[in-house]
Design a protein around this ligand. Structure first.
Ligand SMILES: [Zn+2]
Length: 221
């Protein structure tokens, strides 16, 4: 588990391509998760959360950057584990409004649906300064999460970090690659100091590094 900023933690899975689960500690009784990682990582991630916070029942909301299984695969186990502690637990499952229909379709077998959708620049919850930034292209309803108090941007799959290198997700895994390239620089319109790419071990990248990445992407076809 890595503390990225005050009350913002990353809980990592075991594999090289594993997607970390971000945990935001809203207060001592409430946690928000961002993504749930791979199915095979779910148990070890849950164990780490339980060790640190004592009870999984504190998880009140799970926000998804997008629907891909490396980000959503652990959801069923997580809900099950939360409900085994409190059968009346109600966990909000949240994604962007444009992602919802694909989420339902692609995760049909898991019978999991978002219970709430967000619009561009909408806050995740009242009194919680985390804003959804619609950054379409990787998927149509892909969002990045801006943690305003910490000036931190969680990038989701807008940029990956594998073996020490920043890179885009492979072209074939994008819903709309052109849109992706076009929407990426718009993330600079927001007030953040560090951004966190997805996959592998979480790191913080500066705006300068982000700008360099965009420059490189512009040259890419
Ligand atoms: Zn993805």
């Amino acid at each position: 588990m890595k503390e990225l900023a005050k009350n913002v933690f990353a809980v990592t899975g075991l594999g090289m391509y594993s997607v970390p689960v971000f945990v935001i500690e809203v207060n001592e009784n409430e946690l928000i998760l961002i993504d749930t990682g791979l199915k095979k990582d779910a148990n070890s991630i849950l164990k780490k959360i339980k060790n640190k916070w004592g009870s999984l029942d504190k998880i009140k909301r799970i926000v998804f950057t997008h629907r891909h299984l490396d980000h959503t695969g652990g959801l069923a186990q997580m809900l099950e584990a939360i409900e085994s502690e409190n059968e009346r637990a109600h966990v909000e499952i949240i994604c962007h409004e444009e992602e919802a229909q694909y989420f339902i379709k692609d995760l049909k077998e898991l019978k999991l649906k978002p219970t709430r959708t967000l619009k561009h620049e909408e806050y995740i919850a009242k009194g919680v300064n985390i804003k959804a930034i619609h950054n379409p292209g990787h998927t149509y309803g892909h969002i990045c999460l801006l943690i305003e108090d910490e000036k931190l941007l969680i990038l989701g799959d807008s940029i990956m970090y594998i073996s020490g290198v920043l890179m885009p997700v492979f072209k074939k895994f994008h819903d709309d690659y052109k849109k992706y390239k076009k929407s990426l620089p718009k993330l600079l319109d927001y007030d953040w100091e560090y951004a966190i790419p997805s996959h592998n071990r979480p790191i913080k990248i500066s705006r300068e590094k982000f700008k360099k990445f965009i420059k490189k992407m512009k040259k890419k076809r």
